[in-house]
Ligand binder design. Sequence first.
Ligand code: SF4
Length: 214
Amino acid sequence: MSRLRITEIFYSLQGESSSIGKPTLFVRLTGCPLRCSWCDTEYAFSGGEYWELPELIKEIEGFKPQNICITGGEPLAQLEPCLELMATLCERNHSVSLETSGSIDISNVDDRVTKVMDLKAPGSGELSKNLYSNIKHLSQNDEVKFVIKDKTDYQWAKMQIDQYQLTDKTNVIISPCFGEINERELAEWIIKDNLQVRFQIQLHKILWNDAKGH
Ligand code: SF4
């Protein structure tokens, strides 16, 4: 029977993506093969608790959630059971999103899942982990997210948007790296360059200062 290692399950408001502000149940899977310099969920790298899939679904549905976000860590590091979890939740008519690092193949993710996929900029220290072949699996319902630490990251993101024509294929989010870059400066670069992206400051950092469980 499938089982998943889970760090936490909590109900909050979606802090990022196009669903920002919506009540959402977060299921945080344990483990990540990356080590981004600005990672804010290092506590999900290890530990956690194993859940059999039926018990996990029961726990999730106990919250009566409409929106469910599968996050990590890197959820796809537990590939097969994670795919099964998402497909089962879709079958049961939940609105499911997946937050993924962009380093693991997303081709088998259920079409009904909204994929929010990072492309790691140089400042993350994990540039080499980007799996660019994932881009062809993104649709207008999905999102690519760039976390920007400095001007070099911004210029790099601009190049990727141009090279892969990302704004034609999917939704593009540019998010300032919390505490690392002047948010207003980043917003002004986007306006000056007329980039057709969504600028986004993470809501949970403003509301709860990134406390665990929000
Ligand atoms: S992919 Fe996400 S969880 Fe993994 S190190 Fe990077 S920011 Fe942290």
